[in-house]
Design a binder for this molecule. Sequence first.
Ligand code: PLP
Length: 268
Amino acid sequence: MTIAGIDPSGGAGVLADIRTFAAFGCFGTAAVTSLTFQNTTGVFGAEHQSADCVRAQAQHVIDDMGIDALKTGMLPTFEVIEETEHLITSNKLRNIVVDPVVRSTSGYDLIDSKALRALIRMLFPLADLVTPNIPEAERITGISIENSTDMAAAAEIMRSFGARNVLIKGGHGATILVDGGRKVARDYLYLGTDLVELDADYIETSATHGTGCTLASAIAANMALGKGILESSRVAKNYVNAAIGTPTGLGKGNSPIGFPRRFVGEAK
Ligand code: PLP
């Protein structure tokens, strides 16, 4: 299940999550936290859903079908975050991937400051994995991340907020490195205090809409299939890299990443 926002253009949010679950042979379900109005050029507004609305969407599905993993994305308000915490604890949900969505690439705030503090306090301790990108990790920790020492400090702060495992995603700033002439996007996966570096070729493109949602969903799908966090993160990184490498070319702005069909069923 994904608890996240709808991006009607299909690039990010629930539609990207469900597409990704399907790519790994998982049957996706969803509770929508916000109807956003956006396309590849930007986000124009949003209608956030109430806690009751989110609970009703999720609880009937959980009661009837059960779920093997949960990915959370855009959780725009304190009430929705509190409800998500309640859904996780009261249903004893497992394989929880929390993508701490803060702001769209185009600069639209997808969560308010009070809600972000609640997300950290209530959901970090329940997550098996938290997946910030560099701007999100900087906003959450209040430190500026310029190198691997800063990265470790940021991970340590997030651990002090209760996050057991943290994946700081590659693709921004200090995560883009040159390794023997090869440009790589490095993900920093902190499993407790152990660091595992996950590298992929850096692809020079602005067509990256949906990468964060897709990565977190691919990890959750693989965890639903019984893989551990490390293996799920490796498979997910390869999937996202293949998706960036097969761009849709849609829209006039930051177009959505593709849907690399060769991955379908590969996780089995
Ligand atoms: N819209 C929704 C519903 C999202 O969940 C997200 C990110 O998670 C975004 C927009 C932002 O995507 P991007 O940073 O690619 O603009």
